[in-house]
Design a protein around this ligand. Structure first.
Ligand code: NAI
Ligand code: 15L
Length: 265
């Protein structure tokens, strides 16, 4: 059992879920976010912290033996916002981890690192990036920092290129991109407990029959996703209109992010 897991971005959508599902896997959780959290349970502490503040992040990481890094901008925004939270933020986190015993890090990367691939492409983790947004570029930066700190210092990380993590798939694209919260939780536990993690890219997808991404290189982690978006296919066919073949959401793996303009500050 881990002693203390740090969850950054703990007030957000995924953080709120993982707080509950990771509870049995650690003696305590240190929750952090730039915004407040008031409903703390037993064995939870809260540290309010802007991930862009290097000194604050060093104090945040001290005493933690595993980190789930979710904090930052999670959609397309201006470069200024992305620069502070996602570029400086991820650098701050890896520097702090280096200074405090190099706890394993789960980095919430994204499918938007490869979002401009067409939906009929089947990808391996070694395929070149094709970001669909400045947000996607920032996740590539995060993956590069993780790789640097692994090669230079031995810091271990799972770089989870999450598809769409929601309680259930909500649209046609998610029949391919869905990651159930249950499967994300078991992936995090596998990455924290595997004898060796290295610096491993994992496509964050459930066992979707219509999935696009090949995770065979990461089989050594022993992670076997249990859920399949196909189980919701009839419900989606009945309730969600099918997008036309020329709409971004049906054409590109990153869906509507490919339609985003470059946002000005
Ligand atoms: P979210 O936007 O709900 O949560 C992000 C949290 O980070 C928020 O609570 C926000 O207050 C916090 N945050 C923003 N700027 C910060 C800063 N400067 N310092 C500290 N905290 C800051 O996003 P969600 O959906 O929970 O995603 C979590 C992570 O997973 C994000 O990094 C996102 O990019 C990534 N991800 C999520 C996917 C999904 O399907 N939900 C898919 C792919 C990646
Ligand atoms: C992401 O990276 C976003 O953080 C999330 O809000 C979803 O848009 C997800 O990708 C997705 O592509 O469905």
């Amino acid at each position: 059992m881990l002693k203390r897991i740090l969850i950054t971005g703990a007030a957000g959508q995924l953080g709120s879920t993982l707080r509950e599902t990771l509870k049995p896997h650690a003696e305590s959780l240190r929750l952090s976010d730039i915004t407040g959290i008031s409903d703390l349970g037993p064995n939870e502490e809260f540290v309010q912290c802007d991930i862009a503040d290097g000194e604050a992040v060093k104090a945040l990481v001290e005493g933690c033996d595993a980190i789930v890094h979710l904090g930052g901008i999670s959609v397309e925004k201006s470069f200024d916002l992305i620069e502070a939270a996602n570029l400086r933020g991820v650098y701050n986190l890896y520097e702090a981890a280096r200074l405090h015993g190099m706890p394993r890090i789960i980095f919430a990367s994204s499918n938007h690192t490869i979002g401009y691939y067409p939906q009929d492409a089947r990808l391996r983790h070694t395929d070149p990036f094709r970001p669909d947004s400045l947000y996607g570029v920032s996740k590539i930066f995060g993956e590069a920092v993780a790789s640097l700190y692994h090669d230079k210092f031995g810091q271990e990380s799972a770089l989870v290129r999450i598809g769409s993590c929601t309680p259930k798939p909500e649209n046609w694209r998610m029949l391919s991109t869905w990651l159930s919260p249950r499967d994300f939780t078991s992936l995090i536990v596998a990455a924290f407990t595997a004898p060796r993690l290295g610096c491993t890219v994992v496509w964050g997808q459930s066992a979707n029959s219509m999935g696009w991404w090949d995770n065979s290189h990461a089989a050594f982690l022993g992670w076997v996703p249990q859920d399949n978006a196909q189980d919701y296919a009839d419900e989606i066919r009945r309730s969600v209109p099918r997008p036309g073949p020329d709409e971004a959401v049906a054409k590109y793996q990153g869906g509507v992010f490919t339609d985003e303009p470059i946002h000005q500050s």
